[in-house]
Design a protein around this ligand. Structure first.
Ligand SMILES: [Zn+2]
Length: 312
């Protein structure tokens, strides 16, 4: 007999499964023991780490802010990262709007709705995390004294991060994570004449891959165009029937992975913006126990440039 505990365990597992692409999006496919992906923290740990460091900087009062009101503050940045990190599971039911009840007596409809609901659960979890992080990113730009105050936030962020060559070079995994995010997007199977495919071509022409002067601009522009694609309603939950590799090496599962690739880039960008806003020269931070992490003796620069790195 199945116990209530087992049923709940199963439901809990189903809820948590919605977040499985957050891990799969960064899984190594090359199998090399020294693969750079092995040096990256799992996304949720990365979120928690940036949240903790941001809070530490706020508590120690070492970051300056250009924010003109209390809503746009570094506290708000930390809050939105905390919300993104807090998502623990999710369940969507795409048959909810089906008044005919056809899924009740037709097996193939039922199978489709189950698979569609699973796809929707994974898509929604990725979208929620991305949306909270985009809010954090916009607030970080507004707080950053170096970001200026002209133009739309996405473009301001791009130009601001675009000027951070020195610190980007101190994050050797930044270009790798940037190219992974763009590869996720390119492999999502959007048609060649879709808005996002056209935008990707423009991105390649304007900020080409491999140009060290373009890394920050390429990241910021990619984030801006991807966010616009999402915010303007041009994206959809991939149909489960479509899942599987296409002839050109694309797979609609990347429509879910690309939220996570972009979310990573946002976190790295926030790390850079925080670092650029540290106002006083600080040798090291005071002893600060936060969970199992001990930041004692580390400078804000060390912490912020390494928040995405797995512990050795
Ligand atoms: Zn690898």
């Amino acid at each position: 007999m199945v116990t209530r505990f087992e049923i709940w365990k199963e439901i809990d597992q189903e809820f948590k499964e919605a977040l499985s692409p957050a891990t799969k999006a960064f899984q190594c496919g090359c199998g090399k023991p020294d693969c750079w992906l092995g040096r990256v923290r799992p996304l949720r740990e990365h979120l928690a780490e940036v949240y903790k460091i941001a809070n530490l900087c706020i508590r120690e009062d070492i970051v300056s802010s250009a924010a003109s009101n209390t809503e746009s503050s570094w506290d708000g940045v930390a809050y939105h990262i905390q919300m993104a990190a807090s998502l623990d599971g999710l369940k969507a039911d795409t048959a909810y709007t089906d008044d005919s009840g056809s899924y009740l007596y037709c097996d193939s409809v039922d199978d489709f709705e189950n698979a569609h609901s699973e796809s929707a659960s994974k898509y929604m979890a990725a979208l929620i995390i991305f949306n909270f992080l985009w809010s954090a990113y916009e607030l970080a730009v507004k707080c950053s004294p170096g970001a200026g105050d002209r133009g739309k936030t996405g473009a301001r962020a791009r130009d601001y991060i675009g000027g951070m060559h020195v610190n980007i070079q101190k994050m050797p995994l930044f270009p790798h994570l940037l190219e992974l995010a763009i590869a996720h997007c390119r492999r999502a199977g959007d048609s060649d004449d879709s808005g996002i495919a056209v935008e990707l071509k423009k991105l390649e022409a304007k900020y080409p891959k491999g140009n060290p002067d373009c890394v920050g601009l390429r990241a910021g522009e990619y984030l801006r165009m991807f966010r616009n694609h999402i915010a303007h309603g041009a994206d959809k939950v991939p149909y489960p029937d479509d899942w599987g590799w296409m002839d050109d090496g694309c797979n609609p599962i990347f429509k879910i992975y690309r939220f996570y690739g972009a979310s990573r880039l946002i976190l790295l960008s926030i790390q850079l913006m925080l670092l650029a806003s540290v106002e006083k020269p600080v040798d090291c931070l005071p002893d600060y126990e936060c969970g199992s992490e001990d930041y004692n003796g580390k400078t804000p620069e060390e912490l912020l440039l390494g928040a995405h790195l797995a512990r050795a």
